[in-house]
Design a protein around this ligand. Sequence first.
Ligand SMILES: C[S@@+](CC[C@H](N)C(=O)[O-])C[C@H]1O[C@@H](n2cnc3c(N)ncnc32)[C@H](O)[C@@H]1O
Length: 204
Amino acid sequence: MSTTRDYEGHRVFNPHYLWYLESPRRDRWQRPDDVLDALELVEGDVIADIGAGGGYFSEKLAGRVGPTGLVYATDVQPAMIKALRKRVAKRGLTNVTVIHGGFHDPNLPPASCDWVFLSSVYKEIDERPAYMRKVRDVLKKNGRVAILEYRPETGGTGPPRQDRLPEAQIIAEMKAAGFSLLSRFDFLPREWFLVFGLAPDSVD
Ligand SMILES: C[S@@+](CC[C@H](N)C(=O)[O-])C[C@H]1O[C@@H](n2cnc3c(N)ncnc32)[C@H](O)[C@@H]1O
């Protein structure tokens, strides 16, 4: 069975492999604490975890932003929405709101987020520059976007090779959507880890 599937005409991660995203072994290469440290999140931050899957990162993000913060955990697939709601209930995550996102619109309140976080979802988004322009609208004035995506040359398990994106392509697409690269972190063995802000000439 493939790790991707067709859902409503879109090529997306196959929920059958949710166990892979949730595996405790993931921590070894994903280094979630280091990722969140790098973002320097503060209590009270509002973060959209777009394409949250089963909420592996949403729960950790919720811990960082605390009771005065908020995490919007979104996904387009009902199976993932169900898994997210289950996690929120089981863990008592009072600062996580689950949102059913659209393929062409994140369905988030305008100017609401300090951060938009995309872990292994960017490549699944159709018409990325148009979608990311909508992401601009959900960011607060100094909001930022973090993108984690598999490197094409990485071995081992992960998304199909043909779906993986070169770093330069991600940066070029984000530039086309009105973002500029603020930071790039090299400590993840399998993934690009890029942080973008609104490009100065794109601030409304
Ligand atoms: C590989 S999984 C990653 C899940 C999670 N971010 C993680 O790191 O564990 C990609 C997820 O993105 C979702 N997805 C794909 N396109 C999306 C879109 N346009 N908006 C929101 N979610 C999307 C898929 O349904 C899937 O759950």
